[in-house]
Each structure stands twice: as structure tokens, then as C-alpha cells.
Design a protein around this ligand. Structure first.
Ligand SMILES: *Cc1c(COP(=O)(O)O)cnc(C)c1O
Length: 223
């Protein structure tokens, strides 16, 4: 009951324009089904092995998002079914995703991850790297990838101004890319930012997609 209630509370607090990804990592199928029965269809996982297992065991109308750091050698396991990859952060990964998507006769939707946190432990591109990959047509050549927007994580801190500043940086990056390169791509529309602790700030700063785990499913025992 708690899960459905948490989910409904969060959903009712989100603007219609914001998509909720329910982050079910480390949680059992029974918890996911509680959210599913309350109407949730988009779930996020950050481990390839867990995601594959849950995909096999749970209803097929779930849209599975991969939200973590993806290793190139594991793309093949999720390429047949994943509906959005949030953390795409290197050319090598893009190239592997393209290859695996082609093998599966699919176009895989991806979000480019940007490094916005002052902490240096987080993965991600810089704007200059992405500019270069677009301007030399590298990204355009990946015909089995559709770039649908950007993703980022703010520093884990109580300093709300800093978090807001970092999120606004990502919105800025999105706006720049959209104006320069993705004007004619209506599906380039997502800014994936905001987790349980900071999603309200993220929405104020322009988030279109929040990734919320513990506020729906409760604390995790491990990450
Ligand atoms: C775990 C995780 C989340 C959700 O975190 P909560 O604080 O539990 O809401 C969001 N995004 C990513 C990339 C994560 O790994």
C-alpha cells in the first residue's frame, strides 16, 4: 500500500509536462508490481543483469529505462528491449549502442549525459565534446540511435543554490544543442534531471523527466 500511496503523492505533485521514471533498482518484483498496479509503466534500473531479469519476469508493457553507467560490453543484453538509455557518456558507447541496435533492427533512444556536478566523481560529456561529435557528423552517422535529450546529476549536497545552479547548467546545454542542431528533431525534448532529494529543484530548473527511487519504494539497503 505504501508504494502506491507514495507514487500517487509524487505523481500529483508533478506538472503534466514531467515524466516520472520510477527507479526500482535493488527492489523485488513484488514492489514493482505494486507500482504497476497503481498505473506506473516506466521503470528505471542501473544494473544490466537486474534489468534483464526483471524484463523477463514482469509485464511486457513496462517501458524499461537504463539510468546508470552502461559498459559497452553489456549493451547487447538490453539492446533488444530497452526503451531509453539515460547515461550515454562516450563515443565508444554510442558506437556500440548503434551496432547492437542495428543487430536488433531497432532505433534506440538515448540521452547524452553531461557532467554538471562540481564533484568530479560523476560521468558525462562536456559541451565541447558533444559539439565536436555533432559538427564532424559522427553522431549523425549512428542511424540506429535517436538522441532525445540530455541527462545529468547534481552534486549530492544540502546547498540548494548549488544544486539549482548545476541543473540550470544542464537546461542551458539542452537549449544550446536544440537551437544549434536539433531544431528539426521534435523528439529532442528531454531534460532528465532530479532524484528523490532534489527533483523539486530540478523541475523549477526545467526538468522534463525525473528519476525517483527511494521516495516511492523506500530506502535501499545497498546501491
Ligand atoms: C538511484 C538513482 C536515482 C534515484 O535515486 P533516489 O535518490 O532513490 O530517488 C536516480 N538516478 C540515478 C542515475 C540513480 O542511479
Amino acid at each position: 500500500m505504501a508504494i502506491a500511496e507514495n507514487l500517487n503523492n509524487i505523481k500529483s505533485s508533478l506538472p503534466d509536462s514531467v515524466t516520472l521514471v520510477a527507479v526500482s533498482k535493488t527492489k523485488p518484483n513484488s514492489d514493482i508490481m505494486e507500482a504497476y498496479d497503481a498505473g506506473q509503466r516506466i521503470f528505471g534500473e542501473n544494473k544490466v543483469q537486474d534489468l534483464t531479469k526483471k524484463y523477463e519476469e514482469l509485464p511486457k508493457d513496462i517501458q524499461w529505462h537504463f539510468i546508470g553507467h552502461l559498459q559497452s560490453n553489456k549493451v547487447k543484453y538490453i539492446a533488444p528491449f530497452v526503451s531509453l538509455l539515460h547515461g550515454v557518456d562516450s563515443l565508444k558507447l554510442l558506437s556500440t549502442i548503434n551496432k547492437e541496435a542495428q543487430k536488433n533492427n531497432r532505433i534506440i533512444k538515448c540521452l547524452l549525459q553531461f557532467h554538471i556536478a562540481e564533484e568530479d566523481s560523476k560521468f558525462g560529456f562536456s559541451i565541447n565534446e558533444v559539439d565536436a561529435l555533432i559538427e564532424d557528423n559522427t553522431i549523425e552517422k549512428f542511424e540506429h540511435i535517436e538522441i532525445c535529450g540530455v541527462m545529468g546529476m547534481a552534486t549530492n549536497t544540502d546547498n540548494n543554490e548549488q544544486v539549482a545552479r548545476e541543473f540550470s547548467m544542464l537546461t542551458n546545454i539542452f537549449d544550446q544543442l536544440q537551437k544549434k542542431y536539433f531544431n528539426c528533431h521534435p523528439n529532442f525534448k528531454e531534460i532528465s534531471m532530479g532524484m528523490s532529494g532534489d527533483y523539486k529543484i530540478a523541475i523549477q530548473q526545467g526538468s522534463t523527466m525525473v528519476r525517483i527511487g527511494s521516495s516511492i519504494f523506500g530506502q535501499r539497503n545497498y546501491h
